[in-house]
Design a protein around this ligand. Structure first.
Ligand SMILES: Nc1ncnc2c1ncn2[C@@H]1O[C@H](COP(=O)(O)OP(=O)(O)O)[C@@H](O)[C@H]1O
Ligand SMILES: [Mg+2]
Length: 328
């Protein structure tokens, strides 16, 4: 497959801060590629450079074989964008939002009416066509944002955190739409803080932290970074976490990390079978165990292994549901 986006040694500095630090990656035509990383990782900055909304400090971007710096007008026609913050213009109606983008992308006058009608139907917003979008729910705004980004039928769709803040139902609807658009031939580059989103939606993922790509590959390739074994997870009460860490070290030679009430450790191949023994040993120590279990590595386990920190939910606490977590 051809590389439709090629990013080479991309750097963006804001004064002393390096927001994007020597990023190189290629996106193949027809794939869904995810940039997964916590808040401040450099995702939006990267997207904005692809659209020439920001000028790179250094590095090179090639879109469909064209050097972005030299052919930016032509390259931009190939890309549709749904931004993270201002998904749609709040003071305009749904129809006006679509008209604005139709003009921006020079859609032929005789085509505009048809495209807008299709977009309103597709987003299930026909009944709200002439209402100001500021009154719309988050889910409605994103639905409109998505069809607006597709109004010029771009080959490449850039989605900056398309589901952040959406409830589960709206998120699932958005995922279905993204999958459909991809099936119809659109290459999709999305950014996300949601592990589950990257895992279920993306053909390939780049995990990014502090402006650097720290892992790149298919979800299963990346998960293998956390080891070929399993992940042990013990949740304790009574401030017993440290007790479990010491026990694992002294009795089993396993290095574990404790975060709040949760202790995690990688059980490398060969040691996975010791789960029963470990479980029994912890029991004997009269640790207040709330839960103990093992699972195959997740993207979060990879992130912990590579950076020493894990995913957090909105309150900053460690999240219980493993794949439901997000970074903030
Ligand atoms: N215009 C700007 N001026 C200064 N710093 C910025 C600007 N835009 C982003 N940053 C900083 O660059 C880093 C990356 O930001 P961003 O790309 O928005 O991250 P993400 O989208 O992954 O949350 C952050 O530390 C952010 O504060
Ligand atoms: Mg962002």
């Amino acid at each position: 497959m051809n590389d439709i986006i090629k990013i080479e040694h991309l750097v963006k500095k804001f004064g002393d801060l390096t927001a994007v630090s020597d990023v190189s990656l290629s996106i193949k035509e027809g794939e869904i590629f995810g940039l997964l990383g916590p808040n401040g990782a450099g995702k939006t900055t990267t997207i904005n450079m692809l659209l020439t909304l920001l000028i790179p400090t250094s590095g090179k971007i090639t879109i469909a074989g064209m050097d972005l710096q030299k052919s930016h007008a032509k390259a931009k026609q190939l890309m549709g964008l749904m931004t993270q913050e201002t998904v749609v213009e709040a003071d305009l109606t749904a129809r006006q939002n679509l008209q604005l983008f139709a003009e921006l992308y020079h859609i032929p006058k005789q085509e505009v009416g048809k495209r807008i009608k299709e977009a309103l139907e597709e987003s299930d917003l026909m009944a709200f066509a002439d209402k100001k979008t500021g009154t719309f729910s988050g889910g409605m705004q994103r639905r409109l944002g998505l069809v607006r980004a597709m109004i010029q039928e771009p080959k490449i769709l850039l989605l900056d955190e398309p589901t952040t803040g959406l409830d589960v139902q709206n998120r699932t609807t958005m995922w279905d739409r993204i999958k459909e658009l991809n099936k119809d031939g659109t290459t999709i580059l999305l950014t996300t803080q949601y592990l589950e989103e990257a895992d279920t939606l993306c053909d390939r993922i780049a995990i990014i932290d502090h402006g650097k790509v720290i892992a790149l590959g298919t979800p299963s390739e990346i998960k293998r970074i956390a080891g070929s074994g399993k992940i042990l997870e013990v949740v304790v009460g009574n401030n017993d976490a440290q007790k479990v860490v010491s026990l694992l070290k002294s009795k089993f030679g396993i290095i574990a990390t404790a975060k709040g009430e949760k202790v995690t450790a990688i059980l490398e191949k060969g040691k996975e079978s010791e789960f029963t023994k470990i479980s029994a040993a912890i029991d004997r120590e009269k640790v207040d165990v709330l839960s103990i279990g093992e699972h195959l590595p997740t993207l979060d386990d990879v992130f912990i292994k590579l950076t020493g920190k894990g995913m957090r939910d909105e309150s900053g606490e460690m999240k219980g549901g493993r794949m439901g977590g997000r970074w903030r």
